[in-house]
Write a protein that binds this ligand. Structure first.
Ligand code: PLP
Length: 387
């Protein structure tokens, strides 16, 4: 295997960590109860609000995204509460399983792993809940397993039309800082996020942005919570500290990530992701392969999931690409394992990196004997030079 040059980490997260963040991470760890830490803590808690587009607190956990999923539920709900969840794909399914393990009663809406959440369906389901027993509607904004986004703004409007009091929780683990997201404007009660995708950090931090309604719910919620308790975190954060040892070096990285995002500007970050995603989709068309996402208005700008032609194994193909070109592509997860490969095009990423990735895929398709048209890279280049 050729390992010279940089490895291309083109899975849909963890993403490539920019050199400036890597350098920030390697600074000496400081006293997390000392004066310097307080300055860092304040800066991060304020800076994060701009990324989530909220005026309310954003809670930082030293945990992977799964921890932030759990925290969202245990802080707001009680045993036996009904929650509405959707089978958008592998991550929607994992969140549901976690909710069930916590003793929640999930109204599970099955899906085909190729489409997002239908706002009209949400409206219909909430209207049918005459007793208003559903306590929360939980949606994954960008299904990392399928490359499908759900329209959070339209789902919010659908919830509003029903006048239903359910909390609205959104997983933005693979959309935050890659695609437009507005916690306050879309009246999301708990936004769940992670460090290792659009924020360009290594794995290890996750987030809950909370609304006033979520904080109110947390006062009455009965699910047991200790480590994930928002109130203890908010009390400590009010003093610019954490209630336990924070992941100090990851926080240095987060500080640098927020600077990078500010320098580029969030709108430009979203436009860059849109352009690279569009070029990727043109490449898939050029190869005459099939996108996993069925509808163009739901195409993800952070990753593209590509379906393998019948009789060809996606994991075998990914192995060819890794061994020959040192490029990691995402695998098919859960129900679509072996049937789909995923191209991550989020985070610290640009046109030449995309073309390297697409070139490796095009060569890999040939080496693996997959039927395709060798016109993907050309189509992506044509897209990238459009203004
Ligand atoms: N939700 C989504 C949309 C994800 O993509 C992931 C991980 O990739 C998770 C949740 C789980 O996060 P973690 O693996 O960091 O615990």
């Amino acid at each position: 295997m050729n390992t010279s040059g940089r490895h291309f980490l083109q899975i849909p997260g963890p993403t490539n960590v920019p050199d400036r963040i890597l350098r920030a991470l390697q600074q000496p760890t400081i006293d997390h109860r000392g004066p310097d830490f307080k300055g860092l803590c304040r800066e991060l808690l304020d800076g994060l609000k701009e990324v989530f587009k909220t005026r309310n607190p954003v809670i930082i956990f030293p945990a992977s995204g799964t921890g932030a999923w759990e925290s969202a539920l245990v802080n707001t709900l009680s045993p036996g509460d009904r929650v509405l969840m959707f089978e958008t794909g592998h991550f929607g399914t994992l969140w549901k399983q976690l909710a069930e393990k916590l003793g929640l009663q999930v109204d599970w809406i099955p899906g085909n792993w190729r489409e997002g959440v239908n706002p009209e369906k949400v409206e219909e389901l909430l209207n049918a809940d005459h007793e208003k027993q559903i306590r929360a509607v939980c949606v994954v904004h960008n299904e990392t397993a399928t490359g499908v986004t759900s329209d959070i703004s339209s789902i919010r409007k659908a919830v509003d039309r029903t006048d239903h009091p359910a909390l609205f929780m959104v997983d933005t683990i693979s959309s935050l800082a890659s695609m437009d997201y507005r916690h306050d404007e879309w009246k999301v009660d708990v936004t769940v996020a992670g460090s290792q995708k659009g924020l360009m950090l290594p794995p290890g931090l996750s987030f809950n942005a909370v609304s006033d309604k979520a904080l109110e719910a947390s006062e009455k919620a009965q699910l047991p919570r200790a480590y994930w308790n928002w109130q203890e975190m908010l009390n400590a954060n009010g003093q610019s500290v954490f209630p336990y040892t924070p992941a100090t070096n990851l926080l240095y990285g987060l500080k640098e990530a927020l600077i990078l995002l500010k320098e580029e500007g969030l709108d430009q970050v979203f436009a860059r992701h849109r352009q690279l995603a569009e070029a990727t989709r043109k490449a898939v068309q050029g190869w005459n392969l099939e996108m996993n996402a069925l509808h163009s208005h739901e195409f993800s700008d952070s990753l593209t999931a590509v379906r393998m032609p019948e009789g060809h194994d996606a994991d075998q193909f990914r192995k060819v690409v890794l061994e020959n070109f040192n490029v990691s592509l995402g695998n098919g997860l859960g129900k679509i394992q072996g049937k789909v490969f995923r191209i991550g095009h989020l985070g610290d990423f640009n046109a030449p990196m995309l073309l390297g990735t697409l070139g490796a895929i095009e060569m890999g398709l040939e080496l693996a004997g997959v039927p395709f048209k060798p016109e993907g890279v050309r189509a992506a280049m044509d897209e990238l030079v459009k203004n």
